[in-house]
Write a protein that binds this ligand. Structure first.
Ligand SMILES: Nc1ncnc2c1ncn2[C@@H]1O[C@H](COP(=O)(O)OP(=O)(O)OP(=O)(O)O)[C@@H](O)[C@H]1O
Length: 238
C-alpha cells in the first residue's frame, strides 16, 4: 500500500522535521528524530511558545512539515493529501484539545459515539469485540467516573473536569493506536488534575493505546513512562 512502511516499529516516527509558520523567517521546530513506541505514555513539556501545540498538530496531520517525514502507525502522514490525513486522523488518532471541542447540542453519550460515526475503522474495531458504540461509550464513561445520571444530559450541564473526561472517552472510543492530548489539565486544580491523569493513563494502558501528552507543567512528569523536554529535542531556537 502506498505510504505504508514494511515494518511497523513505532506508533509515531518523526525524522528530520522542519516547520516554520507562514510569514516567519525562522523555523519553530527542527527535530532530527523522535519516536514513540506502541503502548508508551510520553510527556512532552517545555515553556510557553516553544512549539508544543505545533508539534502535536504535525503529529496529527493537521499541519504538514516543510521537510522530513512523519509516520503514524506505519502510515506516512506527512506526504498524504489533506483529505487522506483527515480520514487517517478520524480512524487512528484520538485528539484531546485544550478546549475539548464537545458539541453543546448533543448529549454526553452522543458526543462520545460521534467519533465512531465518522470512522468505519473505529466501528469495525468495536464489532470485532462484539461491542456496540453505545455499550463502549457507557463503559468508558463509567471508567472515567462520569455519573450515569449525566450520560443523557447536554454537555453544558457538566463541570469542566467532567467535560474533559467526556473528551477523553470520545478520543478513545474504537481504540485508536494513539491519543494526543494538548494541555487538557490547565483549568483543573491539583487534585482533579491528578485524578484525571490517573484515569487517562490507566485506560490508555489497559487498551494498549499510546499516549502523547503536552504541557508546560513539569509537575505532571510522574504520570508518564517517558518524558521529553521539547527545547532539548528541538534544534530550532525557542
Ligand atoms: N496559527 C499560527 N500562526 C502563526 N504562528 C503561530 C501560530 N500558532 C503558533 N504560532 C507560533 O508558533 C510559536 C509556538 O506556538 P505553540 O502554540 O506551538 O507553542 P506552545 O509551546 O504550545 O505554547 P503554549 O504552552 O503557550 O500553548 C508561537 O510563539 C507563535 O509564534
Amino acid at each position: 500500500m502506498p505510504g505504508q512502511k514494511n515494518e511497523i516499529a513505532y506508533v509515531m516516527d518523526l525524522n528530520q522535521i522542519h516547520y516554520h509558520w507562514p510569514g516567519q523567517q525562522q523555523p519553530i521546530l527542527s527535530i532530527d528524530s523522535l519516536q514513540v513506541q506502541a503502548g508508551e505514555s510520553v510527556f512532552i513539556y517545555g515553556p510557553s511558545g516553544c512549539g508544543k501545540s505545533t508539534l502535536l498538530s504535525l503529529m496529527a496531520g493537521v499541519l504538514v512539515p516543510d521537510q522530513g517525514s512523519i509516520h503514524v502507525a506505519g502510515f506516512e502522514l506527512s506526504s498524504a493529501s489533506a483529505a487522506r490525513r483527515d480520514r487517517f486522523r478520524a480512524d487512528h488518532i484520538g485528539f484531546v484539545f485544550q478546549q475539548f471541542n464537545l458539541l453543546p447540542y448533543l448529549s454526553v453519550i452522543d458526543n462520545v459515539t460521534l467519533a465512531c460515526r465518522f470512522s468505519k475503522r473505529r466501528q469495525q474495531r468495536l464489532k470485532d469485540k462484539s461491542v456496540t458504540p453505545e455499550q463502549e461509550a457507557r463503559r468508558l464513561l463509567a471508567r472515567l467516573e462520569i455519573p450515569e445520571a449525566l450520560w443523557n444530559a447536554g454537555v453544558n450541564h457538566l463541570s469542566i473536569g467532567q467535560q474533559q473526561r467526556v473528551a477523553v472517552a470520545r478520543a478513545m472510543i474504537g481504540s485508536p493506536p494513539v491519543i494526543i492530548a494538548d494541555e487538557p489539565t490547565s483549568a483543573l486544580d491539583r487534585h482533579h488534575r491528578d485524578q484525571f491523569l490517573t484515569l487517562l493513563t490507566a485506560e490508555a494502558c489497559d487498551s494498549g493505546t499510546s499516549l502523547i501528552f503536552v504541557s508546560h507543567d513539569e509537575d505532571l512528569v510522574r504520570h508518564f513512562s517517558r518524558t521529553l523536554f521539547l527545547p532539548e529535542v528541538n534544534q530550532a531556537l525557542c
